[in-house]
Write a protein that binds this ligand. Structure first.
Ligand SMILES: [Zn+2]
Length: 153
């Protein structure tokens, strides 16, 4: 049992950016940032944050993909430094790997929000901006990745 735990933890750390987090999404898609690239800001989630991204991708983004087809993630996980650089609020769920900004070439943001609300895809925050939808989850309603103990950061 102990050995298994160590091996599992090791596998988590070896997760590469191209690896799939869910059926339709890779770690790279959920961490990509033009600002981080341009300003050379590190944006690497830790294992707990990766698990949050995996949960978000599996329970919310994959069903959304099935609903509206391919869409673009304009912002996913943000390190503290990146969040400050893009003007994110201090307690943004992007910092935890529990939020994404997305847009579709086929549906305007307000319509995406409506579709999500009508279909029961899980979310906690859902906001239509002029150019994108901000979607965040709280994670506590998810099964499969274990309980977090209700701690918030
Ligand atoms: Zn956002």
């Amino acid at each position: 049992m102990w050995l298994f735990g160590v091996v599992a933890l090791g596998a988590l750390f070896l997760l590469k950016k191209r690896d799939r987090l869910s059926k339709h999404f890779t770690l790279e898609q959920l961490t990509a940032s033009q600002t981080a690239k341009e300003r050379r800001i590190p944006n690497d989630p830790n294992p707990a944050q990766i698990e949050n991204l995996r949960s978000l991708a599996t329970h919310t983004l994959d069903p959304l993909f099935s609903l509206i087809g391919p869409f673009q993630l304009t912002s996913g996980f943000r390190s503290v430094q990146l969040n400050q650089a893009v003007g994110g609020i201090a307690n943004s769920k992007h910092l935890l790997g529990k939020a994404v900004d997305l847009r579709s070439t086929r549906y305007p943001p307000a319509e995406i929000v409506l579709l999500i609300q009508q279909t029961g895809i899980p979310y906690d925050e859902l906001i239509a901006y002029s150019g994108h939808v901000h979607l965040a989850v709280n994670g506590s309603g998810y099964s499969g990745s274990g309980r977090s103990g209700g701690r918030s950061f």
